[in-house]
Structures are given as C-alpha cells and as structure tokens.
Design a protein around this ligand. Structure first.
Ligand code: ADP
Ligand code: MG
Length: 342
C-alpha cells in the first residue's frame, strides 16, 4: 500500500504543458528524489503535492485521503525551499514555532516542540538568534526544523542544498537523510544534481520535459538506464555507434568486429549504440578476447585513485578509468590500447 499516490497528473500553464501524465506511488517512510535538468517540471510537480498549484488533470492521494483540491494548509505537508525562506524578523525559536502557532497549539506545547526540534538539528544554542546571524547551512537546518515541527505527513524539499558550499552541501545531505530515517517521514527531494540524488535516495524519479523517464533505485538507474536520456544524465558515459547484423552477438564498430557476451536485441542489419561507464572498461593485456575495443590514447588525466583515459576508437571516444598503480605509469597519449569490458 502506498502512502502518497500521484496518478495521471498533468499541469499546463496557458497552452504550455509542463508536467505530463505523472504516475508515482510512494511508500510510507520512503525517500524519493525528483531528478532532472532545470525546467523539466520538478518544482511544479512538488508544488502540486503541496497544494500551491492545482493539477490540470489527475489525482493526488495522501494516506488514503484525496487532497487534489484541498488547500495547502489542509494537507499536513512540510516544505523547505532552496533560498532560505526563514522569517527575517523572527528568532530561530519563533521561526520553528511558526507552524504550530498557525495551527493554534498552546504556548507550552510549542515551547517543548521547539526545543525538541532544535535538539534534533543540534542548534538549541541558537534559539534566540536571528536568521541573518546564521550561516547558510544553519539557516537550512532551521528551515528543516520549522517544516518538521508540526509533524507533517510528507516532507517536500526543493533543492534545499543548492545555494550552499560544496562541503556543507555534502554534510547537510547526510544529516537530512539521517534525520529522515530517524523520523521515518515520507520525503520528496528535488534536485538537478545526479550525485546528490544517487547518494541520498531510496528511489529516484528521473524527469525530462515534464515526463518520467525512469523511476528506480540508485543502483537500477545507474546500472540499467532505460533511455538514452537517463544514461546520459546520470553518471559519466561514453557512447560508441556500431552496427549489428542478424541475431548474433557480434557488432561492428567501423569495420572492427566486437563480440559481446550477450546477443543484441532485434534482427536484420541495424544501428546500435554501446554505452560505457568509465569504470567498466579495463586495459586488456591479451588480444582477441571477446568484449574488446581497440583505440588510441588521446589523453590521460590523473585523478588519484584512478587515471581517466580518453581513448579514440573508430566508433567514438571512450572514457576509461584505470586504477592507479604505483609500480607503472599509465599509458601515454599516442599509445594503442585494447579496452576490455565485462
Ligand atoms: P524545474 O523545477 O524542474 O526547474 P519548473 O517546474 O520550475 O522546473 O518549471 C517547469 C516549466 O514550467 C518551465 O518551463 C517554467 O517556465 C514553467 N512554469 C513554472 N511555473 C510557471 C507559472 N506559474 N506560469 C507559467 N509557466 C510556469
Ligand atoms: Mg525547480
């Protein structure tokens, strides 16, 4: 049984459709990311869950209750935005208490809950400060506490880390995930950063032009991308154009036969694309093995634990990460190499 059900949701502004036929069933306590390039409809979809936008079509159900036409304040949703949306004229404590005050909770209960929330985000000592006296990371933690204080059923986070420095971004995402697990709160996290989505999510919804391209665990999305868009948007990838013939497992890359471990789908003579993660390609000492492509090293970029080779092959340039070896330098530009893949 899913906790949050989005079915057939579309949204148009004027004649412009920005979300199309969006279907998603989120389990209770699940951490979902919406991942996609700027303008693909992530925020619009999130705002429809929150109730700030009305869907043009479709239904949104939370915990069995159809909330499609209910106002935001009747949905019990907590939301955190990219820019620090704290009330500048209120102390940290008053910011966190805000939702409870609006809900008419008594003062004693508010005070207790504020202390509890500030304890959770480890900012109890800053209760009487004002937002301008806090760092960006601290402000986002307060925004998180403010969103969580009224015990929402669903937490919605719209690029909450993208205005922060790289180091804080990484530590705060770990903190958000730990807090989310601890509270068991169903969460949707919007990001355009694939590394962020891969690191934090139970499942990722990859979006392009208002549509879901693929929904799956980080492991599935990375290893089994279903479309060229997903393959290209998530992780580093190099593509080689090739040609397959018949039902066999040999493809031809510009005249060079490459034998694959699995047969290629389809029949007849047809173009195929081979897609490689850089870590999937190894330098091959032997010759004539299956799954091998010959090429010329164009560049070797030393990254520390690995060396990233740019290898020109007749079908396109391949990126291959080979492990650094203290005993031997990596192949130099101009060298011919054979790349082998599992
Ligand atoms: P994302 O969050 O993925 O960057 P958005 O959901 O903000 O994308 O926007 C998706 C598309 O919808 C964009 O082309 C944007 O210009 C358009 N859009 C968003 N809100 C409105 C609005 N209120 N009126 C008209 N167009 C909008
Ligand atoms: Mg957005």
């Amino acid at each position: 049984m899913s906790f949050l059900d989005i079915s057939g949701v579309s949204k148009s502004f004027g004649g412009n459709t920005v979300v199309r036929g969006f279907d998603l069933a989120v389990r209770r306590g699940e951490f979902i990311s919406f991942l996609g390039p700027s303008g693909c409809g992530k925020t619009t979809m999130l705002r429809m869950v929150a109730g700030f936008e009305q869907p043009s079509a479709g239904r949104i159900v939370i915990d069995g209750e159809d909330v499609t036409h209910r106002p935001p304040n009747a949905r019990r949703i907590g939301m955190v935005f990219q820019a620090y949306a704290l009330f500048p004229n209120m102390s940290v404590g008053d910011n966190v208490a805000f939702g409870l005050k609006v809900a008419g909770r008594p003062a004693a209960e508010r005070a207790k809950r504020v202390d509890e929330m500030l304890g959770l985000i480890k900012l109890a000592h800053l209760k009487d400060r004002y937002p301008y006296q806090l760092s960006g990371g601290q402000q986002q933690r307060v925004a998180l506490a403010r969103a969580l204080a009224p015990s929402p059923r669903v937490l919605l986070l719209d690029e909450p880390l993208s205005a922060l420095d790289a180091k804080i971004r990484v530590s705060l995402r770990t903190e958000i995930r730990a807090l989310q697990r601890e509270l068991g709160i169903t969460t949707i996290f919007v990001t355009h950063d694939q590394e962020e989505a891969l690191s934090i999510s139970d499942r990722i919804v990859v979006m392009s032009e208002g549509r879901i391209e693929q929904c799956g665990t980080p492991h599935e999305i990375y290893n089994r991308p279903r479309t060229r868009f997903v393959a290209g948007f998530v992780g580093t990838l190099s593509l080689v154009e090739a040609e397959a013939e018949g039902a066999g497992s040999t493809v031809t890359v510009a005249g060079q036969p490459v034998t694959l471990a699995e047969p290629v789908a389809g029949s007849g003579r047809r173009p195929v694309t081979l897609a490689f993660r850089p870590e999937a390609l190894k330098l091959d000492a032997g010759e004539g093995r299956i799954n091998a492509i010959r090429g010329t090293v164009e560049a070797a970029e030393f990254l520390g634990s690995v060396v990233r080779l740019r290898v020109a092959t007749p079908g396109g340039t391949l990126l291959a990460d080979v492990f650094n070896s203290p005993a031997a330098p990596p192949p130099a530009p101009g060298e011919t190499v054979v790349l082998h893949f599992a």
